[in-house]
Design a protein around this ligand. Structure first.
Ligand code: BDR
Ligand code: CA
Length: 308
């Protein structure tokens, strides 16, 4: 088990990641960020989640907007008005005692080389933490993020033809994180879109909260794609922590496009020979997951959610 903080913009697949994280890893805190929903709503959702599952960990609100742009529009068609399918109506105050960035830094200092940061929303909090405390790159054990798309298996973007949502929300933050020496594993659409879960499979798990919040997403996907199922993107970060052998990783520097029609595109150095104008020069290697054992991952998710 690894000590983890989950940094999240709690939408539906984030809730699956949180549930797996609390069951299978040592989840020591939840930090929130604007993305699928506002940071206020993400914080409310974290409180709702913790109350529902009786989870008692610090919840710390983070960035309310990306580093340079206006906040992205909440993804209500996929995640519902509140990010959790609009099923639960309880009110929770969105203030928190501690700020997300301070919490991440102080926990990393308290547990040097032991803490893994799992970032499943835009990378704004992570970039802010690295800016405030550059030694974070050495203090954290590693960073595991859900984000990006590299074109493997035909998955190149879900917001634009080139850009994945989390990276697209705050490309500047992603660029800073990928330029840092922080050991990083990237779990992109290339693998997450390969693992599709049907509504029947979710219902069979018997988790009332996850079943209820998924209804909106499942309905959306049925209307859009004719498939009553979904990708639980963020959950694959936790599966990776538990079973890295179920994935194939490619090592190499990663950059993010900040301009034009490719803004938000993630790229890993494709060159197999030295080139005179090497735009990845000086960028540290990251691990990008490019292949996944689909059935084994699904088996693990279902068994874990059933408490096995
Ligand atoms: C990512 O975008 C969000 O909508 C999901 O929660 C996930 O983190 C997938 O592109
Ligand atoms: Ca997310």
């Amino acid at each position: 088990m690894e000590k983890i903080i989950i940094d999240t913009d709690i939408g539906i697949d984030d809730a699956f990641a949180l549930r797996l994280g609390m069951l299978k890893q040592d989840l020591v805190g939840i930090t929130t960020v604007a993305g699928n929903v506002t940071a206020d709503m993400a914080t409310r959702n974290a409180k709702l989640f913790c109350q529902h599952y009786g989870l008692n960990v610090p919840i710390c609100k983070g960035a309310t907007r990306p580093l340079m742009e206006e906040p992205c529009e909440p993804i209500t068609d996929v995640h519902g008005d509140d990010g959790l399918g609009g099923f639960y109506h309880e009110y929770f105050d969105s203030t928190t005692e501690r700020n997300a960035v301070d919490f991440i830094i102080s926990m990393a200092k308290a547990h040097p080389q032991e803490l893994t940061l799992v970032a499943i929303g835009p990378l704004t909090n992570v970039a802010l933490a690295l800016n405030l405390c550059p030694e974070l790159a050495k203090l954290l054990k590693r960073l595991v993020i859900m984000g990006g798309a590299f074109g493997h298996h035909g998955h190149s973007g879900n917001m634009s033809n080139f850009a994945e949502f989390n990276i697209n929300c705050d490309p500047e933050a992603a660029a800073q994180v990928f330029a840092s020496s922080l050991p990083t594993v990237i779990v992109p659409l290339d693998v997450t879109y390969e693992v599709l879960i049907s509504g029947e499979e979710i219902a069979a798990v018997g988790d009332e909260f996850l079943t209820n919040i998924s209804k909106h997403y499942l309905q959306f996907s049925f209307e859009e794609e004719g498939f009553y199922g979904m990708a639980v993107h963020d959950a694959l970060t936790i599966v990776y922590l538990c079973h890295p052998e179920l994935f194939t990783a490619k090592e190499g520097a990663v950059r993010v496009s900040l301009n034009g029609i490719t803004r938000g595109q993630t790229m890993q150095n494709p060159s197999t020979m030295p080139v005179p104008d090497d735009c990845f020069k000086g960028y540290p290697a990251k691990q990008v997951l490019v292949d996944v054992e689909v059935n084994s991952v699904k088996d693990f998710i279902f068994r874990a959610l059933k408490g096995a």
